[in-house]
Write a protein that binds this ligand. Structure first.
Ligand SMILES: [Zn+2]
Length: 258
């Protein structure tokens, strides 16, 4: 606890995004081990030969030194410990890696540390960099992780309302947070159809031993599940969380038109 009151502190983590501030500085959003998602001011970061090097670029895991003044923490120094810079080797990888940062930024509260979540980002970045692994099921897994750490893990084993096992056709409710059986469906005004194959995939992905590489997920199944989970997160965080399809379309368009 002593460190909390120290004006200088060290922390490790990743950059979620950074924007230019005036001629010299950058405003950086980070996700660190000890403090979670925070904003910090990197003074002089736009100057040539500044002391941050590439540590303020996304796709690095770095050690940072901060100073607490009256306002926002000041970022004093950054030292890359591990780089995932191969993520920038193709547009699609860059988009895939950035999507995890987007989800973290969109769904996670300020100043709530969660080391487990930080580890998951690094783990899924590694999957993206290993060609051949299923990136799409990683996106679903990451959304389930986010829901878990937000304390809103969806109820998938049985009907949320009556707790009976569900066979065949069923529904998904954002408000109830999971599966709704046909008998209870009339009590829930807002719901979407949640077919058996999709339920089985999501249950598998949410189980601790759920092995990503042994799962064969069709693109259609992925898009349906991704939409359900993105809408669920949107409902819970009270802000639009784009699914992968929309995120990719938006940013691919932005990159090609610039
Ligand atoms: Zn029911």
């Amino acid at each position: 606890m002593r460190e909390r009151f120290n004006r200088y502190w060290k922390d490790e983590g990743i950059v979620i995004r950074s924007t230019n501030l005036g001629e010299r500085d950058r405003l950086v959003t980070l996700f660190t081990q000890k403090r979670g998602k925070i904003r910090a001011l990197a003074k002089g970061a736009r100057k040539v030969g500044n002391r941050f090097g590439a540590s303020l670029d996304v796709f690095n895991y770095s050690e940072f030194m901060f100073y607490s003044g009256a306002g926002m923490p000041i970022l004093m120094q950054g030292l890359i410990k591990f780089s995932y810079r191969d993520m920038t080797s193709s547009l699609i990888r860059w988009l895939e890696g950035s999507y995890l940062l987007y989800l973290l930024d969109r769904c996670w509260q300020w100043e709530k540390p969660e080391e487990g979540l930080l580890e998951r980002v690094l783990y899924f970045w590694e999957i993206i960099l290993k060609k051949g692994e299923d990136v799409y099921s990683s996106f679903l897994r990451f959304k389930l992780d986010l829901a878990f750490y937000l304390g809103i893990a969806p109820h998938l084993e049985s009907c949320v309302l009556c707790n009976r096992d569900v066979e065949g056709e069923a529904y998904w409710s954002n408000q109830e947070g999971g599966v709704i059986c046909p008998s209870c469906a009339s009590k829930v005004p807002e719901k979407v159809v949640f077919p058996q194959d999709l339920r089985a995939i999501l249950r598998y992905l949410s189980s601790p031993g759920g092995n990503l590489s042994s799962l064969k997920l069709s693109f259609f199944q992925f898009e349906e599940l991704d939409k359900i989970l993105s809408d669920y997160l949107s409902y819970e965080v009270g802000d639009k969380v784009m699914n992968w399809h929309d995120f990719r379309s938006l940013y691919q368009g932005a990159v090609f038109s610039s």
